[in-house]
Design a binder for this molecule. Structure first.
Ligand SMILES: [Zn+2]
Length: 453
């Protein structure tokens, strides 16, 4: 059976390929670029010569992964690898971008690349969960994607609030009684595992309610907010090639023009209203921060939501959060197996650094990711990031999780879909549950253990 299935799959690939080249074919297949051996990007570890910094390479347009793992990683084509070597950088190939996949496997109208949910998949899921659990879920449209704002199609940015709904719960204000935990995902479109973790988190909460005592207690006593897909326009680009996803990190704001297809857009995780840095990158670079802070509709949507639901408990950048601050915010990224705590724009300690790291270490106890702050020792700062903004302006403990290793079948931006169940979800589920529990008193006495298996 296995042998027959394989050969049939092979025939199907040939048939699709022939159809794709048929002259005058009316129904064009989904864009499926096959990376040629001489142009395929790969991951490399890099060691810099004296006088060259990681920040300089980022400014020069190199795609350096933003985890703080023990070794920085660059995604480079052979031509880019050569130019780096010409500048004295020592490179060693650490892995392939695309994992082995039977062409088209896991691709449906709502999934791609082995099973990851596309925008339609998330939208249908959000609607279905809200409809099936009206006592537990409020679904919000918190703003528009760039394309929608421009009248070019696009999407609403959606947020769910999950709790056992009582009067005043899940309102768009900061007067609710229940502490809030926010899980925010796929602001960087190509970071595939992140939206999928949010999807599973939503399902865990609504399906365990009334069955698992610890999760029931959490859903009774917290507002559990989820933004499963903060950059849907970007995800449309990524998923437009279902077997070999496109490396789109940013939104699709093409106002500045002149960039190659997947290099256009604004880095939404450099566009916040806190420590925004005009020097972060040019328009085609992966960390381009936009023409000004909060220039993008996606940033307006996310900051708008967080601004409404969290009280401002913090003064200036060097002032600590007020005692009694509640809430925890996690923004999911990949990759590097890291927990990053504020600040990410500077190596100057955040005023609450000790408490922020203490909570980070508690979460690390569940997923095993080490905690770091600042540039993580590799010269990679993140001015204008979402988590710095929320902590820096509101005092809410805010973290970046960099999900996944930098090599192997679960490594990089495009891990095999099977990695969701084998490692990413089991590793992070308990960390999310812990963060939600800690939201009641994140700067006070932290919960000692997690009762949820
Ligand atoms: Zn990211």
């Amino acid at each position: 059976m296995r042998r027959i299935a394989t050969s049939l799959a092979g025939l199907a690939v040939v048939a699709v390929a022939v159809a794709g080249f048929a002259p005058g074919s009316a129904a064009a297949p989904a864009r499926e670029p096959v990376a040629r051996a001489d142009s395929a990007p790969a991951y490399y570890t890099l060691k810099l010569p004296t006088g060259l910094t990681m920040a300089q390479l980022v400014r020069d347009g190199y795609d350096i992964s933003h985890g703080h793992g023990t070794r920085p990683i660059v995604v480079a084509t052979p031509a880019e690898a050569k130019s780096l070597r010409d500048r004295g950088v020592l490179l060693a190939k650490s892995g392939s971008v695309y994992k082995p996949l039977v062409r088209g496997a896991g691709t449906t109208s709502t999934t791609y690349y082995g099973g990851y949910h596309n925008v339609l998949g998330h939208e249908q899921h959000n609607a279905a969960v809200a409809s099936a659990h009206p006592d537990l879920v409020k679904l919000y449209d918190i703003g528009d994607s760039w394309k929608k704002a421009k009248g070019q199609g696009g999407h609403d940015i959606q947020a769910l609030c999950i709790t056992k709904l009582a009067t005043g719960d899940c309102a768009l204000n900061s007067t609710g009684k229940k502490p809030k935990f926010v899980l925010h995902a796929q602001i960087h479109a190509r970071e595939l595992s992140t939206g999928e973790l949010a999807y599973r988190w939503i399902d865990l909460l609504v399906t365990s309610y009334g069955k698992d005592p610890a999760i029931t207690s959490l859903v009774d006593s917290r507002e559990l907010w989820v933004v499963p897909m903060a950059n849907p326009d970007g995800v449309d680009v990524v998923a437009s090639s279902p077997s070999q996803p496109v490396m789109q990190r940013k939104n699709v704001d093409s106002t500045t023009g002149g960039c190659p297809a997947d290099d256009a857009g604004v880095d939404l995780n450099r566009n916040s209203g806190f420590q925004w840095d005009v020097h972060e990158g040019g328009p085609c670079e992966e960390t381009y921060p936009g023409t000004k802070a909060v220039s993008e509709p996606e940033t307006i949507a996310i900051q708008g939501l967080l601004d409404k639901i969290f009280r401002d408990t913090k003064g200036d950048v060097d002032q600590p959060a007020a005692v009694g601050t509640t809430g925890v915010f996690l923004t999911l990224h990949s990759f590097g197996n890291d927990i990053l705590a504020p600040y990410g724009y500077t190596n100057t300690d955040a005023p609450d650094k000790a408490a922020l790291v203490a909570l980070g270490k508690k979460m690390s106890g569940f997923n095993g990711y080490p905690v770091s702050t600042g540039d993580g020792g590799i010269g990679y700062f993140a001015p204008g990031a979402t988590d710095d903004w929320l902590y820096g302006t509101r005092g809410v403990p805010s973290y970046t999780f960099e999900v996944g290793p930098d090599s192997g079948s679960c490594g990089g931006f495009f891990p095999a879909y099977s990695c969701m169940d084998s490692t990413f979800w089991p590793k992070n589920k308990a960390a999310f549950l812990y963060a939600a529990r800690a939201a009641a008193s994140p700067y006070g006495t932290l919960p000692a253990s997690n009762p949820v298996s």
